[in-house]
Design a protein around this ligand. Sequence first.
Ligand SMILES: [Zn+2]
Length: 96
Amino acid sequence: MQETRREQMIGLLTEGSWTLDSLAKYFDVTSKIIEDDLSHIEKSIKKTHSLKQIPPYCEGCGFVFKNRSRLQRPSRCPECKRERVTEGTIELVLKS
Ligand SMILES: [Zn+2]
């Protein structure tokens, strides 16, 4: 039986961290669909794993985009106006 996209995603995210864009490219779907899947995954695995999101941050001044609920990369930093902003990443961590 073929694994569903969400099952595959759980596998990928337990092995390493991914950006929203890289997951969207991997599965050839929009990032909106990935965000949707992630919210379902978070619920279905919450007993054993937690979904860890590293927010985007500015490499220029260290500003962290904490208040963004979406993981898409902001185009520039509101503090220093530079465009060296990293993408937020997602991974699944096993609860101890
Ligand atoms: Zn900055």
